[in-house]
Design a protein around this ligand. Structure first.
Ligand code: HEM
Length: 415
C-alpha cells in the first residue's frame, strides 16, 4: 500500500532553510516523526530524506541521478559549473577515475610528508607571530601543501592571497548577497589562475611530473579529447579547494582538544589519531545536505518517488542519528573502535563507493590533514587559548567557531 509523504504546508520553505540552517531538516523530521518529508525549496518541490536507508537509496544510481540537481549558485561558487558533481553514468565514471587515480598509497604517503614539513614551517611562523588564528593559518598551510602535491606553482608572495580567495569560494556556498557575489568573483579569478597553469603544462612552458595531479588533469582524455582547459581548471580546483576546506575541521579539532582535553593523551597510536579525526568529521557540522533528482518512478518504503522530483539527503542528521550512533551528542572517538562502516552509516563526505558513485574521493586526504594537524598541535606546539567566542553558529552554512580559534603565546616544543 502506498503512503502519503508528509508535507510541509508552506508555499515555500527557503526562508526557513536560510534562517534555521543545519537545524532545518532535523527539526521538521522530529515534528513530523518521519524520515521523509516534502517541502518546496527554491521554488521546487523536494523530498527530504534522513537515515541510513535513505543514504543507500540516494546512492542507488538506477533510481537517483545528479543531472539538474545542483543549484547553479552553488556551482558558481563552490564546485565550478558543470564539473564532476553534476555528471551521471559513464561520463561520471570516466571523470571519477581521473580523481581516484591520484589517490595511490604512494602519492598519499608523499602528501603526508609534505603536510609534516608544512606544519614544521607553520609552527615556526606562528611562534614568531606569538598570536595567530588557527583557521586562517590552516587554510594557508593546506593551500601550500596542496599546491606542492598537485604540482601547481605558488610563490610565498601569493600564498596568503590565494588561500584567502579559495576560502571565500568555500564560504560563499551557503551565502546570499555580498557573500555570494564575492565568492563568484574570486572563483572566476581562481579558475583563471589554474587554467593558465593547465595551458602552460600542455604546451610545455611548464614541466609537470607524470603522476602529479596537474599532469593527470592536464592530459586526461574523454572520448579521445583533452578536457577543455577551463573544465580542466575546474576539476583541478576540485582537488585543491576542498582540501583547503579541511581547515574548518582543523579548527573544530582544536576546539575538541580544548573542550574535551581528556583525549589529548589518547592520541598516541595511529588508530587513536584516526578515531579522533573521524569523530571530528562526525561530530562537527560541515556538509548540511546533498541534492539529487529521481531518475524514474519507483516506490520506497511505501512512498512514491516520481521521475524528476528533487531529493535532498540529510548528511548532517545522519552524522547524529541515534539509530546509528550511541549518545550522538557526546564527543567520543572511541566509538570508532568497533564501528562497522557499511558505506551508508558514516557519510560526512557522502556515501556509497567512491570508485563508482559520487562519494568524495578526498576522504583519505581530509582525514590525513586532520590527523597531521592534531599530531602537530598536541606533540609539537604549546599555546594558550585566550578568551574569545568559539560558539558554532548552526544557522550559518558552512559554519565554524566564531573567532576561528585564536591561539596565544605560541611556542614550538623541544627546539
Ligand atoms: C572538508 C573536507 C571535505 C568534505 C566535507 C567533503 C565533502 C564532500 C561531499 C559531501 C561530496 C559529495 C558527495 C555526493 O555528491 O554524493 C564530495 C564530493 C567530492 N569531493 Fe569532497 N569533501 C572534502 C574534501 C575533499 C578533498 C580533500 C578532495 C580532494 C580530492 C575532495 C574532492 C571531491 C570531489 C572531486 C567530489 C566529487 C565526487 C563525485 O561527484 O564523484 N573533497 N565531497
Amino acid at each position: 500500500m502506498t503512503k502519503q509523504i508528509p508535507e510541509i504546508k508552506m508555499i515555500d520553505s527557503t526562508f526557513n532553510v536560510v534562517t534555521e540552517g543545519y537545524n532545518f531538516v532535523g527539526k521538521r523530521m522530529a515534528q513530523l516523526e518521519t524520515d521523509v518529508f516534502e517541502a518546496r525549496i527554491l521554488g521546487k518541490k523536494m523530498i527530504v530524506m534522513t537515515g541510513r536507508d535513505a543514504a543507500e537509496l540516494f546512492y542507488d544510481e538506477s533510481k537517483i541521478k545528479r543531472e539538474g540537481a545542483m543549484p547553479k549558485r552553488i556551482q558558481k561558487t563552490l564546485f565550478g559549473v558543470n564539473g564532476i558533481h553534476t555528471k551521471d553514468g559513464q561520463k561520471h565514471k570516466i571523470r571519477k577515475a581521473m580523481f581516484m587515480s591520484m589517490m595511490t598509497e604512494e602519492r598519499l604517503a608523499h602528501l603526508r610528508t609534505i603536510l609534516q614539513e608544512e606544519w614544521k614551517r607553520k609552527g615556526l611562523e606562528m611562534e614568531q607571530k606569538k598570536r595567530a588564528v588557527l583557521f586562517d593559518e590552516s587554510e594557508e598551510l593546506i593551500l601550500r601543501a596542496m599546491c606542492r602535491w598537485t604540482g601547481v606553482p605558488l610563490t610565498d608572495a601569493e600564498s596568503w592571497r590565494r588561500a584567502y580567495e579559495v576560502g571565500v569560494m568555500i564560504d560563499a556556498a551557503g551565502g546570499v548577497g555580498k557573500r555570494y557575489r564575492e565568492g563568484e568573483k574570486v572563483r572566476t579569478e581562481t579558475e583563471g589562475w589554474i587554467q593558465e597553469v593547465i595551458e602552460a603544462v600542455r604546451d610545455g612552458r611548464m614541466q609537470a611530473e607524470e603522476g602529479t595531479p596537474v599532469h593527470t588533469v592536464a592530459f586526461h582524455q574523454e572520448e579521445g579529447e583533452l578536457l577543455d582547459a577551463h573544465m580542466a581548471a575546474i576539476e583541478l580546483l576540485n582537488v585543491i579547494r576542498p582540501a583547503v576546506a579541511v581547515a574548518r575541521f582543523v579548527a573544530f579539532a582544536a576546539l575538541a582538544l580544548q573542550n574535551f582535553p581528556e583525549w589529548k593523551n589518547r592520541l598516541g597510536t595511529t588508530k587513536e589519531l584516526n578515531n579522533f579525526a573521524n569523530e571530528v568529521r562526525r561530530f562537527y557540522p560541515f556538509t548540511p545536505f546533498l541534492p539529487a533528482v529521481v531518475k524514474e518512478d519507483f516506490e520506497w518504503k511505501g512512498y512514491q518517488f516520481k521521475e524528476g522530483r528533487h531529493v535532498i539527503l540529510d548528511v548532517h542528521g545522519i552524522n547524529r542519528d541515534p539509530r546509528i550512533w550511541e549518545e550522538p551528542e557526546t564527543f567520543n572517538p572511541d566509538r570508532f573502535n568497533d564501528f562497522v562502516d557499511d558505506r551508508f552509516n558514516f557519510i560526512p563526505q557522502g556515501g556509497g563507493d567512491p570508485d563508482t558513485g559520487h562519494r568524495c574521493p578526498g576522504e583519505p586526504i581530509a582525514v590525513m590533514i586532520i590527523e597531521e594537524s592534531v599530531r602537530y598541535l598536541t606533540e609539537n606546539l604549546s599555546y594558550y587559548v585566550p578568551e574569545q567566542d568559539l560558539t558554532i553558529n548552526m544557522v550559518r552554512m558552512p559554519t565554524l567557531p566564531k573567532d576561528r580559534f585564536v591561539m596565544d603565546n605560541i611556542k614550538v616544543k623541544g627546539k
